[in-house]
Design a protein around this ligand. Structure first.
Ligand code: ADP
Ligand code: MG
Length: 702
C-alpha cells in the first residue's frame, strides 16, 4: 500500500495552514470539523497571529510544530500556497490537502504545475487543489469543510465535484447508504482516479469503490488500476467534452462519441456504470453489501401478484429473464403457501403470507443450489407488520450461513415499510422502495460477476511486427508534407503489422495495369491512388470485378478521367490493381487517438450503412484476444457474424486475432497514427479467415 497516500488520507497528525479563529471561514470550519469528528491524531492549527483556535494551541509556521505531521490541509489564498509547500516539504509532511481554489480551474495552470513539482520534489503527494477535503469514518477524520462524517458503512466515494460530495454526505443519512470514506479529488493535479482506485482497493475499510467522474486525466492508468482491483467499482460519468466534435477525416472519427469511448473504457476496466445519481447510490448499496451473482437463476418471492409482474418485467430488462425453478424446488415451496399461491417464478405466497411463510420459503430457496440470486418482495398488508417480516427474512437468510450468494429486497408501503427497510440495510441486506430497483440491483450484481470473468486474459504484446518498415513509410509521407496516406501506403503498414491484406500493386500506365492484372489473375479491381481522394468510390475511382484485358484498359482510363473531373488538381500517384476478393460479410475496423485514453480501436458492421447505423464498439488499445472477441458480441448486429437465415457462421476466431493485432498496431504507433480504418474487412466462413480490401491512415500532426 502506498504509504504516502496513506499519510494523506489517514494521517496520524494534521496541520491546518490558514486556520482561523473566525467562525464561518473555511480555515475555522476545518479545525472545528476535525475536533467534532472525534479525530484522535494531533490537530495543529497554523496561523501567524492567533494564539489559540477553538482551544487548540496555534503555530506561526508548520516548522514550529514539535511533533511529526503526516498531512497539511491548506486553506490560505492561492498566491501564498507555493511558499508553504516548501515548508511542508521541509517538515516531512507526506500529503497536502489543498482546499484553496484559484488554480487551473481559473486558468492558473502554471502555478498548479509548480505546486505539484515542488511537492513531488519532497516526495509529497497533492490532493486537489480546489477540494472540499477528505473524510474517513474509520479514522474519525473530517479534514474538510463538509459539515459531518457520512453515515458509517463500507463503501468509499471519490468525487470530482466538491459541491456534490457535500450533498452526498447529507444524502447518506436519508438514503441510509453507509460510506467509510469520502474523498474530494478536485483539479487532480497529482492524485488522480487511478491512484485512488489502487489505494482504496487495498483499504481494509472499503468494500465498494464509488466514483463521480467528470473527466479522467489518466485514462489508460485508470483502466489498468480498475481492471486489477479486487473490489467492485461503480462510476457515474457526467459531462460531455467537446473533443468528439473535432473534425474527423475517417469513419472511426465520426463514430467515436465521447460517451461511447468512455463507456467502452469503463467496460474494459470492469467498472459498473451508473446511469444517474440515484442509480449510483442503488448500485453502491448492492455492491457494498452483497457478493456478485454467479449464475443466471434469479428467484423472486412475493406476497403480491402485481409487484411480482413488475419485477418480472424488470428482470428481463436487467438481463435476468425469469425461468421456472425445477419441480423439486416448486414442490417444497408449495408446502408454505395456500393452494391458490404459485410456486413458479415469481413465487407468489399471496396476501395471506405471514412471518413464517416468508421465513420458510426464503430459508429454503436461498439455500437451494439452483438459486443464484434471490429477490424478496413484500406489499404492506393490514394483517402483517413490516418490521416482523423484515426480521423473518433476515433470520432466514442468516440461518443458511451462505455468504457467496446475493439477496435484495423491496418493501412497497408506507412509513412502517420504510422503517423495516432501513432496519434491513442496517443489518446488511440491501432494500429498495420499488420492486424494479431490487431487481435492477440484482442485475448489477450479475453484471459485476460477468465483468470479473472477463478480467483474466493478459494482452499479448508479442506480435511479429516490422516497426522499422512502418516508420520508413510514415517518414516518407511526412517528408512529402502529407498527413494522409494512400490506400497502398496504409496497406504496407498493415502488412508490417502482420494484418491480412488483399494483394495490391500500384502501376502508372495502362500496359503495366494489364500486365499486373494477368499476374494477379482475373477478376481484378482497379482503384485510383491519390492522397487528395480519401473516399475513392465517391470520385468514381473504384472499378470492381474486371474479368479481362479490355475491362482493365477501359477501367484504367475511366478512373483517371473521373479523378480529374472530381478534383482537377489532385495529386495522382497511379492506379492499384488488386485481386477481386470473393463476397463476404463486410465489417469495419478502425482506430482513433482519444485525448483521454490514447489509441482506441473500433469494430462494427461495415458497408455503406455504417455511419447511419452507428452500430460500433470501442476499446482502449492494446487489447487481449478475448477482449477482442467480446467486441464481436458487443454490437446489435452480432448475430450476423454467427450466421443468420441459413448462412454459415463467420470466422470470428481469426477476426478476433486480427482485431487484437490491429489494436496493437495503433497503440504501438500511437505517436504517428491519429486515425485509421480498414473498411471493409471481408469476413469469410469459419476456417476461411478474413481479408482487408481497403485501408486508410491519417497521421498525427507533429
Ligand atoms: P473507398 O472506401 O475509398 O470508396 P474501397 O476500396 O473501400 O474504396 O472500395 C469500395 C468498395 O468496393 C468496397 O467497399 C468493397 O465493397 C469493394 N471492393 C474494393 N476492393 C475490393 C476487392 N479487392 N475485392 C472485392 N471488393 C472490393
Ligand atoms: Mg473503403
Amino acid at each position: 500500500m502506498d504509504d504516502v497516500l496513506t499519510g494523506l488520507l489517514r494521517p496520524k497528525g494534521i496541520a491546518i495552514i490558514g486556520a482561523s479563529a473566525t467562525p464561518g471561514k473555511i480555515g475555522h470550519t476545518v479545525v472545528k470539523n476535525l475536533i467534532e469528528s472525534g479525530y484522535k491524531g494531533g490537530i495543529y492549527p497554523v496561523n501567524p497571529t492567533a494564539d489559540e483556535i477553538l482551544g487548540l494551541q496555534t503555530y506561526k509556521s508548520i516548522l514550529d510544530i514539535p511533533d511529526h505531521v503526516d498531512a497539511a490541509a491548506i486553506t490560505i489564498p492561492a498566491k501564498f500556497v507555493l511558499d508553504v509547500v516548501k515548508q511542508c516539504g521541509e517538515k516531512g509532511v507526506k500529503g497536502l490537502i489543498v482546499i484553496t481554489s484559484g488554480f487551473s480551474e481559473v486558468g492558473e495552470t502554471e502555478m498548479e504545475h509548480e505546486l505539484v513539482r515542488i511537492a513531488n520534489e519532497y516526495g509529497m503527494r497533492v490532493l486537489g487543489p480546489n477540494v472540499v477535503g477528505t473524510l474517513s469514518n474509520s479514522d474519525a477524520l473530517n479534514a474538510s469543510f463538509a459539515p459531518f462524517l457520512p453515515l458509517n458503512g463500507s463503501a468509499s466515494l471519490v468525487s470530482q465535484s466538491g459541491a456534490l460530495l457535500i450533498a452526498i454526505d447529507a444524502i447518506t443519512y436519508t438514503r441510509r447508504i453507509g460510506f467509510d470514506k469520502l474523498v474530494s479529488i478536485g483539479n487532480m493535479s497529482d492524485v488522480n482516479f487511478g491512484d485512488m482506485v489502487s489505494w482504496l482497493d487495498e483499504d481494509k475499510n472499503t468494500k465498494c469503490i464509488s466514483l463521480y467522474i467528470e473527466g479522467l486525466k489518466d485514462g489508460r492508468r485508470f483502466i489498468d488500476e480498475s481492471a486489477k482491483a479486487s473490489k467492485p467499482i461503480v462510476v457515474l460519468k457526467a459531462g460531455v467534452s467537446a473533443h468528439g466534435a473535432a473534425a474527423a477525416a475517417s469513419h472511426t472519427g465520426s463514430l467515436a462519441g465521447v460517451q461511447k469511448v468512455y463507456s467502452s473504457a469503463f467496460r474494459q476496466a470492469c467498472v459498473i456504470q451508473a446511469t444517474d445519481l440515484s442509480d449510483l447510490f442503488d448500485c453502491t448499496l448492492a455492491l457494498s453489501l452483497e457478493p456478485p451473482m454467479k449464475g443466471d437463476n434469479l428467484l423472486i418471492i412475493t406476497n403480491g401478484g402485481g409487484v411480482g409482474v413488475l419485477a418480472t418485467d424488470s428482470a428481463e430488462i436487467a438481463g435476468l429473464p425469469l425461468t421456472f425453478a425445477p419441480e423439486a424446488v416448486q414442490e417444497e415451496l408449495k408446502k408454505h403457501m395456500p393452494s391458490f399461491g404459485s410456486a413458479k417464478n415469481p413465487v407468489d405466497l399471496t396476501g395471506m403470507a405471514g412471518n413464517d411463510w416468508y421465513h420458510d420459503t426464503v430459508n429454503f430457496a436461498f439455500a437451494h443450489d439452483w438459486v443464484d440470486g434471490l429477490v424478496v418482495l413484500y406489499c404492506e398488508t393490514a394483517m402483517t407488520d413490516p418490521m416482523e417480516i423484515a426480521k423473518s427474512i433476515h433470520k432466514a437468510v442468516a440461518e443458511t450461513k451462505i455468504t457467496d450468494k446475493p439477496v435484495t429486497i423491496s418493501f412497497v408501503g408506507g412509513e412502517r415499510s420504510d422503517k423495516a427497510m432501513q432496519w434491513l440495510v442496517e443489518n446488511g441486506i440491501p432494500a429498495y422502495n420499488a420492486p424494479d430497483l431490487a431487481v435492477k440491483a440484482m442485475g448489477t450484481l450479475r453484471e459485476y460477476a460477468r465483468l470479473q470473468t472477463m478480467k483474466s486474459n493478459p494482452v499479448n504484446n508479442d506480435h511479429a511486427v516490422d516497426k522499422k518498415a512502418a516508420l520508413e513509410i510514415i517518414n516518407k509521407v511526412r517528408a512529402d508534407g502529407r498527413t494522409s496516406l494512400t490506400e497502398i501506403e496504409s496497406k504496407k503498414i498493415f502488412t508490417a503489422y502482420d494484418l491480412p491484406v488483399v494483394k495490391t500493386d500500384m502501376v502508372t500506365s495502362e500496359d503495366e495495369a494489364v500486365k499486373k492484372a494477368e499476374e494477379t489473375g482475373y477478376p481484378v479491381v482497379l482503384k485510383i491512388v491519390s492522397p487528395d481522394i480519401l473516399h475513392k468510390s465517391d470520385a468514381g475511382g473504384v472499378k470492381v470485378n474486371l474479368k479481362d484485358e479490355a475491362g482493365v484498359r477501359e477501367a484504367y482510363q475511366t478512373i483517371l478521367k473521373n479523378a480529374k473531373a472530381y478534383k482537377a488538381d489532385a495529386d495522382i500517384h497511379g492506379v492499384v490493381i488488386q485481386r477481386m476478393a470473393p463476397w463476404a460479410t463486410e465489417i469495419i475496423v478502425g482506430s482513433i487517438n482519444d485525448p483521454t485514453f490514447g489509441a482506441t480501436v473500433m469494430f462494427g458492421l461495415g458497408g455503406i450503412f455504417v455511419e447511419v447505423l452507428k452500430d460500433v464498439t470501442f476499446r482502449v488499445a492494446p487489447i487481449s484476444e478475448s477482449e477482442a472477441a467480446s467486441m464481436l458480441d458487443d454490437i446489435k448486429g452480432a448475430p450476423i457474424l454467427d450466421g443468420t437465415r441459413g448462412e454459415a457462421p463467420r470466422d470470428k476466431d481469426v477476426l478476433a486475432q486480427v482485431l487484437a493485432k490491429y489494436a496493437y498496431m495503433v497503440s504501438d504507433l500511437s505517436d504517428e497514427i491519429a486515425e485509421s480504418d480498414a473498411n471493409p474487412v471481408l469476413v469469410y466462413e469459419k476456417g476461411d479467415g478474413v481479408t482487408i480490401v481497403d485501408a486508410r491512415i491519417i497521421l498525427t500532426h507533429k
